[in-house]
Ligand binder design. Structure first.
Ligand SMILES: [Zn+2]
Ligand SMILES: [Zn+2]
Length: 250
């Protein structure tokens, strides 16, 4: 029987106008689907279609549980330079239970073919301990050295995301080969992996169909998938709360 994951750690609401469901629609859909935990992770302010940072910060007013679903307060921050600098301020950062970060086409750091530069940015970000999960690294528009990144992620206990949307044919086309390569290397090193739907519509929550095929091919250990179970996630979040830098500007 196909495995059902009940935790989704990468979800957008329509405050990013290229996504279509409200927070409440997302939570209702998650509850209906039997999801236990969802993370709301809207884009950081460097992308053009994002809300004022007040919105990102104000997610802290939400209760932990809504309609029986644990709602984790998160953000998907943008990498701005080779030092791994992120586009969120201290107030946003300190309110987050989960910090996702990755490359997007932003003015400060756009698509490029400089593998060394991109790898350096990710390595510096991992070492800075300012992100819990590095998202959609399979993107061919930002080539990286997977060997180096996987080793570093293992050493600093940062999770690498496998993004269900990247494995479809709609966004970040061409990610599949890279994701498989990264996952095989991560298996060898024993890296934490996070599964994210990158939902932009409530119906996509918990959809890991493309990921499951890849996980089965690579035979990844459940122990290392941070959202395989509540226990795994709790353990990972506790570890991250001990490791995560307190100061986004340090
Ligand atoms: Zn993204
Ligand atoms: Zn996203």
């Amino acid at each position: 029987m196909k495995k059902q994951y009940k935790i989704d750690l990468h979800i957008h609401t329509n405050v990013n106008p290229h996504a279509f469901s409200t927070l409440e629609e997302n939570i209702r859909a998650a509850a209906k689907k039997g999801m236990e935990i969802i993370a709301i992770t809207n884009h950081g302010p460097a992308l053009p279609d994002t809300p004022h940072w007040w919105h990102l910060r104000n997610i802290t007013i939400l209760p932990d549980y809504i309609d029986g679903v644990r709602v984790l307060k998160g953000v998907e921050a943008n990498i701005l330079d080779e030092n791994g600098k992120l586009d969120i301020n201290q107030l946003v950062y300190s309110g987050m239970e989960l910090v996702l970060a990755g490359f997007h086409d932003v003015e400060e750091y756009s698509s490029n073919s400089d593998k060394n530069k991109n790898t350096k940015a990710i390595l510096n970000l991992i070492k800075s301990q300012k992100a819990d999960i590095i998202v959609h690294l399979g993107n061919p528009n930002f080539p990286v050295n997977y060997e180096e990144i996987v080793k570093c992620a293992k050493e600093f206990n940062v999770a690498l995301e496998i993004n269900n949307s990247s494995l479809g044919n709609h966004v970040r086309t061409g990610s599949n080969t890279n994701c498989k390569k990264m996952l095989e290397l991560a298996k060898k090193e024993g890296c934490y992996i996070s599964l994210g739907s990158d939902s932009h519509y409530s119906g996509q929550i918990g959809d890991f169909q493309n990921i499951i095929e890849l996980l089965n091919e690579v035979e990844y250990s459940d122990e290392l998938i941070i959202n395989d179970s509540k226990e795994n996630l709790e353990k990972f979040l506790k570890l991250r709360s001990e490791l995560r830098s307190e100061d986004i500007n340090s």
